[in-house]
Ligand binder design. Structure first.
Ligand code: AQP
Length: 331
């Protein structure tokens, strides 16, 4: 059995980038009977950026319902809130003592977010990768499916695990980051050189998986492309067009090569409309399921409770193993 672990922050809305780059991959991995899958809502990570309490609460419930609506099965996998399993924060503290300040200073996301939130460069923002290492290492994960932007954090989790193992022996499983073949980095619709991001202040730059069809179509129609007319896959010179082809490929399950042939002689406008329609179609069943689930708070909370208990049992075992190795008095 292989253990698969990943998480998503319930900050803002879930974007098409989050879905294509991460959650869709989780769903596929869950289908493999050889995988034991554990997925978290990284709600401790979310407060590294200041959140409005009411909105944060609403987003967290909404993301949990979305994960279930997108096909994550709380009976087959473990789907839980990070904040319900105390061992995450505990292990993060221990791991802090095995992580160098210089390593954290070099993290690209820390540098980017420090610039974006220059009025709130808190310790949590800097410590984000250590908490993420704790998330992954608690569950002895072999593989961590993420988008390209998170690979650096997986590398540091590996470094920390290897450092601890080097001192105390075989404590942690050293995890491996895995990327989707197509869609590991979905770009902004307004700036195709930047990642599609849920915290982008321009809502036209991202698709929320809960946007209604008219909004999705409008956003795709206004997607930035380039001044040429040829539809070909060339991320370096034609990032906007290539991004649309990538999204369309995932939404239709056709290869990019086949799509390029299909669009031979057609205009960018056709590609934008087809991509919008395909995305609306892809998201339709999930939206129906979401609308049903979000009204059933009792069910969602029951799932969250039951899944947190299953997660906690695994997490406590790992934490105890590490504490014993450090030399703590165990009672
Ligand atoms: N544009 C993207 N393309 C592919 N994968 C993506 N991911 C995020 N954006 C893209 C992947 O989604 C997972 C969950 O991400 P997260 O919520 O933990 O945080 P993030 O990477 O910081 O996502 P955002 O949307 O960019 O949020 P903000 O704006 O708050 O920083 C991860 O596996 C991530 O790689």
């Amino acid at each position: 059995m292989k253990t698969i672990y990943s998480a998503i922050q319930p900050s803002g809305v879930m974007t098409l980038g989050n879905y294509i780059g991460a959650v869709d991959n989780w769903h596929q991995m869950q289908a493999d009977p050889n995988n034991k899958c554990i997925f978290a809502l990284a709600d401790l990570h979310t407060i590294t950026v200041r959140q409005d309490p009411a909105k944060f609460h609403e987003n967290a419930m909404s993301f949990y319902a979305l994960l279930l609506a997108l096909g994550l099965d709380p009976k087959k996998s473990i789907v839980y809130f990070q904040s319900h399993v105390q061992q995450h924060a505990y292990l993060a503290w221990l791991l802090n003592c095995y992580t160098m300040v210089g390593e954290m200073n070099r993290m690209t996301q820390f540098k980017d977010k420090s610039q974006k939130h220059s009025d709130n460069i808190n310790m949590g923002l800097m410590d984000y990768p250590v908490l993420m290492a704790a998330d992954i290492l608690l569950y002895n994960a072999h593989e961590v499916p993420v988008g390209v932007d998170q690979l650096q954090h997986i590398e540091i989790a590996r470094d920390i695990a290897e450092r601890v193992n080097g001192i105390y022996g075989d404590i942690f499983t050293v995890p491996k980051g895995v990327l989707k073949k197509v869609g590991a980095k979905i770009m902004s619709l307004q700036d195709p050189l930047a990642k599609m991001s849920k915290s982008d202040p321009n809502p036209k730059s991202f698709i929320s998986v809960l946007d209604d069809d008219a909004v999705i179509m409008k956003k795709f129609k206004s997607a930035v492309t380039d001044s040429e007319t040829e539809i070909r896959f060339d991320p370096e010179n034609k990032p906007g067009v290539s991004n649309l082809l990538t999204i369309l490929s995932v939404a239709t399950k056709k290869s990019v090569d086949d799509l390029v042939k299909e669009f031979d002689g057609l205009m960018y406008g056709h590609l934008k409309v087809r991509t919008g329609e395909a995305v609306c179609e892809m998201l339709k069943p999930m939206k129906q399921e979401y609308n049903h689930l979000i009204k059933d708070e009792a069910y969602l909370l029951e799932c969250a409770r039951e899944n947190a208990a299953r997660a906690e049992a695994i997490a406590q075992e790992t934490l105890d193993r590490f504490k014993k190795a450090i030399g703590y008095v165990m009672i």
